[in-house]
Each structure stands twice: as structure tokens, then as C-alpha cells.
Design a protein around this ligand. Structure first.
Ligand SMILES: Cc1ncc(COP(=O)(O)O)c(C=O)c1O
Length: 378
């Protein structure tokens, strides 16, 4: 079960369930039965909250979590929300759901994540334009910590709340504090390719109980409680996590630390086995930074081979890889949005590649991938 389903192909990041996960789920249902299976969502929330040290609401996706975070911060039509440009579209799409305006900020070379300097420039400039940003969404790309302490300091100075998109970074930390717990609100993804998966799911965390209360209310169709009939006084959403997903999540949380260690080992293997003349790996701040290394990502050195050629070559050899995130300010859907920066994220996109990083990979897979890359690049 832990092996890739198609042994002829090495995948980027498959969901990784072990027979113990399935046994765990069966035992949960044997103990509680379907009638009380709803308790699984609460149990999952408690277990994740214990890891994070603050409250959690389990949701159907991280995208839904970002949407509700935006609502909780009372972001409305034409408000401005700053977001990392180097990320998946789901970080910024929920800004559009509420008809607010995304403003994108470039990466820094140090972590590939949001540049604190360009962030400050963006906030000041938007304030000068009479549009004080209502929130900053900062992403820890590929599970590598952004300079989240500096970013939070800047946002505190200008009194702008931080939403930490830690979709790729559950289990990662900075200065001993879990990613996702630095900002006012943090969000995680448990979709199929993440470090742990519930087969689709997300979570929101915050230290503010009133936000937790609002999120639970909206996520469950805004049903007023304490009445024998269904009463709705606000628009609601079906964003709660399902019971099967929660059961799987309980089992997967038990192996979170192990999974992160495995991903970090995969990253270290590539770093040690692929000559530094070929690839430049996503750097990590040395000061107490602990990345989840969701996807091992690197930039191709030199001009001999570009990422299109490497991508096609790996595909031909049965290896799935992926381009780095195309910056959101370059995506057609966001082309009207303001952007602060230079072209750092664009250069990452132009030169980068993510390599197979799943927990099901064997040493022989890693050796095969490294050998193939060396053959092409050296
Ligand atoms: C940075 C980032 N944010 C948000 C999401 C959305 O997560 P979900 O698929 O759980 O909605 C993802 C998912 O891949 C992501 O990588």
C-alpha cells in the first residue's frame, strides 16, 4: 500500500496511506459506529490543536479556510489584500470571492518567500493611495519558512492582520514556533499531495476564540443553534470537514513528524547527490528554521538546459516533476492587480523545478532520479 501505485512511474507527491491508517479508521468506527462518527471531526481538531497550541476548526479545504479567514477579518468589496505572488492560485482566489483587490508582493532570494522589504513598500504605497491593506496573506512556499518574524513585525507596526498560508508547511517551524501560528489566522491543506492527507481537507487555526466561533458558524451553513428548526440569519457555506476525512486525519496526525523527517531526508539526499554545479536548492534561513520540504525544489544552473527540457526529459524517463509556481501577478486572472517587487519570483519560475518528494519514495527511486538528472545536466 505504501508503494507508488504504478511502479513504472515515479510520482511527484502521492497520498501515502499505510495499512495502519486503514486499521485505525476501522477501529474508530467499530468503537463509535456511524451514529457518533461526527465526533471524529472534534477529535481531529483537538489533536491538531494540541500540536499547534491553539484552537482549530477542521474544514473541507484550505481554499475554504482562506475564504473564511477573509470573511472573519471583515474584508469587503474593493478592500485591498496583500498576498505573496510566488504561490498557488488558491492563496489569492478567495480575495476575489469577496470582490476585494489582491495586491501582490515579490519573493526574496533568501527563502523564495515574501520579501519583507517589498511588503513594507507595498503597505506604505497603498496607504498613500488611501487604501490601507486589510490583511497580508503570506505563504511558506514548499514548506520553507518565510521570514515570518519580520513580516509579522512590519504588519504589527502598520496594524494589518496576517493570514499565514501554511498549506504546504504543516509540521514546519521557525524559531521553535509552528508555522501557521505566527499570524492572526493560519491555514493548512490536507489535499492529496500534501505531507499528510485526509483525501481532501483543510484547517484554520487562531488564538482568538471569537474567530473560531464565527468560522464554525459560517462553515456549517450559518445555522442558528438552540432552535428545533433550521434558522439562518447570514449566508452560510458547506465547508466543514467530513467524518471519513477526519478519521483519516486522526491517523495521519500520528505520523506527521515522521513524514516531515522523511521529506527532509529526501531533500538532503538530492542536495548531497546532485552536484552543486547543476542545481541551486531552495535555501532555508539557518536560524532555527525547520522546513517541511513538501516539494524539493531547485533552480537549474547554467544555460545548457532549461526547465522545459528537464521537465520533458524526466517525463520521458517516467519521472513526474513540476514547474515552480508561476507568479500570480503574471497569471491572466490577476493581470489587473498591483504588484510590488522586481522580478525575483519570475526568475524562480523561469529557472526552477520541483522533484519527486513523496513519502512513498524508495532509495532506489531517489538514486534513479538523481542519476537521470546528472546524465542530462553534467
Ligand atoms: C499555498 C497553497 N495554498 C492553498 C492551497 C489550497 O489547498 P486546498 O487544495 O486544500 O484547497 C494549496 C494547495 O495545494 C497551496 O499549495
Amino acid at each position: 500500500m505504501s508503494k507508488a501505485k504504478n511502479p513504472t512511474r515515479i510520482w511527484l507527491s502521492q497520498p501515502h496511506f499505510e495499512s495502519s491508517d486503514i486499521e485505525y479508521i476501522s477501529s474508530l468506527f467499530e468503537r463509535s459506529g456511524m451514529a457518533t462518527a461526527y465526533q471524529n471531526v472534534g477529535i481531529f481538531e483537538e489533536k491538531l490543536a494540541a500540536k499547534l497550541g491553539q484552537n482549530v476548526v477542521a474544514l473541507s479545504s484550505c481554499t475554504g479556510a482562506i475564504h473564511l479567514a477573509i470573511k472573519a477579518l471583515e474584508i469587503k468589496e474593493n478592500d485591498t489584500v496583500i498576498c505573496s505572488t510566488f504561490t498557488f492560485a488558491a492563496s489569492a482566489n478567495p480575495i476575489l470571492y469577496e470582490k476585494a483587490k489582491p495586491v501582490f508582493v515579490d519573493s526574496e532570494t533568501l527563502t523564495w518567500n515574501m520579501s519583507p522589504e517589498y511588503l513594507e513598500q507595498a503597505i506604505e504605497s497603498e496607504i498613500k493611495n488611501g487604501q490601507k491593506p486589510k490583511a497580508v496573506i503570506v505563504v511558506h512556499a514548499y514548506g520553507v519558512p518565510a521570514q515570518i518574524d519580520r513580516i509579522c513585525e512590519i504588519c504589527k507596526h502598520y496594524q494589518v492582520p496576517v493570514i499565514e498560508d501554511a498549506a504546504e508547511a504543516l509540521g514546519a517551524s521557525y524559531k521553535g514556533k509552528m508555522l501557521g501560528t505566527w499570524g492572526e489566522i493560519g491555514v493548512y491543506s490536507f489535499n492529496n499531495n500534501k505531507v499528510i492527507s485526509t483525501g481532501g481537507g483543510g484547517a484554520l487555526t487562531t488564538s482568538q476564540p471569537e474567530i473560531i466561533e464565527k468560522i464554525r458558524y459560517w462553515a456549517s451553513q450559518s445555522r442558528e443553534m438552540g432552535l428545533p428548526y433550521y434558522q439562518h440569519e447570514a449566508v452560510g457555506y458547506n465547508y466543514r470537514m467530513g467524518v471519513m476525512a477526519a478519521a483519516l486525519g486522526i491517523a495521519q496526525l500520528e505520523v506527521l513528524e515522521k513524514r516531515v523527517k522523511q521529506r527532509r531526508k529526501i531533500f538532503n539526499f538530492y542536495q548531497e547527490n546532485l552536484d552543486e554545479k547543476m542545481l541551486y536548492w531552495q535555501p532555508e534561513l539557518t536560524e532555527n528554521s525547520y522546513a517541511s520540504r513538501w516539494l524539493s525544489s531547485a533552480l537549474i544552473k547554467g544555460e545548457k538546459v532549461n526547465n522545459f527540457v528537464l521537465y520533458d526529459f524526466l517525463t520521458l524517463n517516467g519521472i513526474e516533476s513540476r514547474f515552480l509556481w508561476k507568479p500570480l501577478h503574471l497569471q491572466p486572472i490577476f493581470k489587473q492587480c498591483a504588484f510590488y517587487g522586481n522580478n525575483i519570483a519570475e526568475q524562480l519560475f523561469n529557472k526552477g523545478i520541483s522533484l519527486p518528494s513523496g513519502n512513498d519514495l524508495q532509495l532506489s527511486d531517489l538514486k534513479y532520479v538523481s542519476q537521470k538528472i546528472s546524465n542530462l545536466l553534467l
